[in-house]
Design a protein around this ligand. Structure first.
Ligand code: ADP
Ligand code: MG
Length: 270
């Protein structure tokens, strides 16, 4: 099957810093794909390159089109959405209004049917659908500032959903969340993917990424280190070495297991 997103040879330089060096990454329709890597690895830059916010070399194919040279608003109109590391909601609009505004954005294919049904009515419907999918009903009438951090993050995801995106690129949605909130976010993202919306989940919470993603890419210093199912990536020696400097530490962090069980396993291996 052809990938929904096919990024090849993505290369970005900031002056003498090469933030990305020829990264290849595919996301198929309805897939939840993870992108992990240490701080400064180039994860945010990858999202910026795919969405058109930084100039990049290489090729970006999305939904059968070459969008390598398209400006951000055109990519967004084609169904490529992103969330930001910091939250970007309109503070003077309710949660539902924030979603409806996102849903009002014209998309490719909005046409006569949309005029007949009424763009506003359609937007309301899309906002309702996003609220339902992410179970945000009790917050829909509230102002974003009244929401706990975890729910605000979810509204950011809901906004991308309300815009009827085909692929959502999520930049560290779990940052600032506690373990329970992160787990909850993961379950909801999984549900969104199962409804057919593809996502690229960028996070440094490796537990989250390895637990919910179908496939995982690992980058370090702008280079692709590994790519495959979470189970393989978890055991990949290059990944273990890049993370936290040592296999033992890294394995522990990747598994989210306790020091005791890690020591136990080390004992068994001898
Ligand atoms: N606008 C910029 N100007 C100069 N260097 C940048 C810029 N954005 C990112 N970088 C550099 O590019 C590298 C990758 O950064 P980034 O993509 O933010 O990493 P990550 O999101 O994985 O933490 C880092 O070395 C960072 O300092
Ligand atoms: Mg980042």
């Amino acid at each position: 099957m052809t990938a929904l997103l096919q990024a090849s040879g993505i290369t970005v330089s900031f002056g003498s810093v090469q933030a990305l060096a020829g990264v290849d990454l595919d996301v198929r329709a309805g897939q939840l794909v993870g992108l992990i890597g240490p701080n400064g690895a180039g994860k945010t830059t990858f999202i910026d390159a795919i969405t058109g916010f930084v100039p990049a070399r290489g090729r970006v194919m999305f939904d059968g089109r070459d969008i390598s040279a398209a400006p951000p608003h055109v990519r967004s109109r084609l169904g490529l959405a992103r969330t930001w590391q910091t939250i970007e909601l309109f503070d003077d609009l309710t949660v539902h209004e924030n979603l409806a505004v996102a849903a009002t954005r014209p998309t490719v294919g909005s046409s006569l049917g949309e005029l007949v049904l009424g763009r506003r009515q359609r937007a309301e419907q899309h906002a309702d659908d996003a609220v339902a999918l992410l179970e945000l009903a009790e917050f829909a009438g509230r102002m974003p500032s009244e929401l706990p951090q975890g729910k605000r993050k979810l509204v950011g995801v809901a906004r991308a959903l309300a815009g009827r995106s085909k692929l959502i690129l999520l930049d560290e949605p779990a940052s600032g969340l506690n373990t329970a909130e992160s787990l909850d976010l993961g379950q909801r993202l999984r549900r969104v993917a199962d409804e057919g919306v593809a996502m690229l989940l960028v996070d440094h919470d490796m537990g989250l990424v390895l637990n919910i993603c179908d496939e995982v890419y690992v980058i370090d210093f702008g280079h692709l280190l590994a790519h495959g199912p979470p189970g393989d990536v978890r055991r990949n020696p290059a990944v273990l070495a890049a993370y936290l400097g040592g296999p033992a530490d890294a394995a522990q962090q990747l598994d989210g297991e306790t020091a005791a069980s890690s020591a136990e396993r080390a004992g068994e291996a001898q």
